[in-house]
Structure formats: structure tokens, C-alpha cells
Design a protein around this ligand. Structure first.
Ligand SMILES: [Mg+2]
Length: 125
């Protein structure tokens, strides 16, 4: 299985995939640099994707809009989505969960390997 990493920063995508590999994930990675690319990747590969890790602030289509779009498509909505964002106030986190009740987790940047592991390890297969 694969993890889809959605972030407009290539450095962030690389860092996140390195941490996921380091915590023992043996599968592969797919990447997208905005919500539009993420929808495209997820639509093509959802059967092989065990987890989506997404940023919120991205050009073209934000993480927020991406999560909203995915939630409306039943086969895609089954794939767990964890947000990894610099947006870290409790108010922001609460508002994202209120808008997206199916959200599988939320990790604040910068994160430690243990914090990311705690949020995502149950979805890795
Ligand atoms: Mg960003």
C-alpha cells in the first residue's frame, strides 16, 4: 500500500515521507503539490492508498477544499486523511474537525517523529 503526501512544499513532502519510512512503513509514496493534484492521484490510485497526509495551506485548491471534495465521493471518502499543518491554534483545529467530522487526525508542524507516528501508525499497512 501507499501513502499519499499532499503539500505544496517539496521539502515538507520529502521530510514527511522520510519520517514515515523511518517509523517502519514498507510501502510506497505518492505525492501531490495541491488539492487538485491530490484529487487526481487519489481518484486514480485509491485502491492502493492506505493513508492521505495533507497540508492545509496550498495554492489552487487548499487542503480544506480537498478534504471537502473527497468526503463527497464514497470510495475516496473511505481513505483516512490526516492533516499536517502549521495552523496550530485550538480554534483552527476545532473548526477543521467541525467541518470534516471524518478527519482521521491532525498534526501540528513542526512535528516530532513520535507525534506523527502516534497520529498515523494505525493506518499504515
Ligand atoms: Mg503549505
Amino acid at each position: 500500500m501507499k501513502v499519499l503526501i499532499v503539500d505544496d512544499s517539496m521539502t515538507q513532502r520529502k521530510m514527511i515521507s522520510e519520517v514515515i519510512a523511518k517509523i517502519g512503513f514498507k510501502g510506497g509514496f505518492l505525492e501531490a503539490s495541491d488539492g487538485n493534484e491530490a484529487i487526481d492521484q487519489l481518484g486514480k490510485n485509491f485502491r492502493d492508498i492506505c493513508l492521505v497526509v495533507t497540508d492545509l495551506n496550498m495554492p489552487n485548491l487548499s487542503g480544506d477544499k480537498f478534504i471537502e471534495a473527497v468526503a463527497k465521493v464514497p470510495p475516496l471518502a473511505k481513505v483516512p486523511v490526516v492533516v499536517v499543518s502549521i495552523e496550530g491554534t485550538q480554534e483552527k483545529i476545532d473548526s477543521i474537525y467541525a467541518k470534516h467530522p471524518g478527519l482521521a487526525g491532525y498534526v501540528k508542524k513542526p512535528f516530532t517523529a513520535d507525534e506523527l507516528k502516534a497520529a498515523i501508525s494505525k493506518f499504515l499497512k
